[in-house]
Ligand binder design. Structure first.
Ligand code: PXP
Length: 255
């Protein structure tokens, strides 16, 4: 399973002062030294955190691959086609939201039309495509119809749920990951994953990539980014064995 580290949150701190530090491009170097398999950024239409300059420099400097998140209808599509990152993930975007709140709404035909056009354009430039969707069969079916290479299952409901509700959400993620694979999609997952909740998701065998940002960057404030990424990578690596032994990972005292 690959760990892609979302470094938007480094840019959020920089933009709080509209200065030049901390630089997410330097953050990407440390994330890679910590074992990240790739770097994820979301260039939002309002440029609230990541800037065009960041994406351009990341394309020149990272040693892994860039997962470029963007909204289908934005002018940012042209930038993606110019820069040709390894992968693009199409996400919904509302200006008033704090972070991406739900998966793409693939119900309305105008949404599907916009996505189909975006996917065709990206594929025409040789860029791998993924759709950020809620873990639902209908969304998987529509992703296949649209011709996406991959889907990223939204793990926010799982992360927010507690007790039995969380167990149900986990089952839903595992079922949808299996269905997605059966349909020929590559399956990724992300949103709201933390050191405390990542293990059961990382143990789902059909999921091949996790996108994690907030929890890693939060921990990095105290332990440094390289270590924070390495610790998350270790948990993901150990996840299948921990789950097989019927265990849960309990953060050590003072974690
Ligand atoms: N995947 C997508 C599509 C996202 O929009 C985000 C948030 O930027 C993430 C993953 C990472 O979420 P988090 O910061 O909660 O780990």
């Amino acid at each position: 399973m690959r760990l892609y580290v979302n470094i938007d949150h480094v840019a959020t701190v920089r933009q709080a002062r509209k200065t030049d530090e901390p630089d997410p491009v330097r953050g990407a170097v440390l994330a890679e030294l910590g074992g990240a398999h790739g770097i994820t950024v979301h260039l939002r239409e309002d440029r609230r955190h990541i800037q065009d300059r960041d994406v351009r420099l990341l394309m020149e400097t990272i040693r892994t691959g860039l997962n470029f998140e963007l909204a289908a209808s934005s002018e940012i599509l042209d930038l993606a086609c110019e820069l040709r990152p390894l992968q693009t993930t199409l996400v919904p975007e509302k200006r008033e939201e704090v972070t991406t709140e739900g998966g793409l709404d693939l119900g309305p035909s105008e949404n599907r039309k916009a996505l189909a056009a975006a996917l065709a354009k990206l594929e025409g430039h040789g860029i791998r495509t993924s759709l950020f969707i809620d873990p639902e069969s209908s969304a998987l079916e529509r992703s296949v119809e649209l011709g996406a290479d991959a889907v990223e299952l939204h793990t926010g409901e799982y992360a927010n749920a507690r007790g039995d509700a969380r167990a149900l959400e986990l089952t839903r993620l595992a079922d949808m990951a299996r269905r997605g694979r059966e349909m020929g999609l590559a399956v990724h997952a992300g949103h709201g994953l933390t050191y405390e909740n990542v293990i059961p998701v990382a143990a789902i065998p059909e999921i091949e990539e996790l996108n994690i940002g907030h929890s890693i960057i939060s921990r990095s404030v105290f332990v440094g980014l390289e270590r924070a990424v390495r610790e998350m990578g270790d948990l993901i690596h150990r996840a299948p064995a921990v789950v097989e032994e019927g265990g849960v990972w309990v953060p050590p005292m003072g974690f």
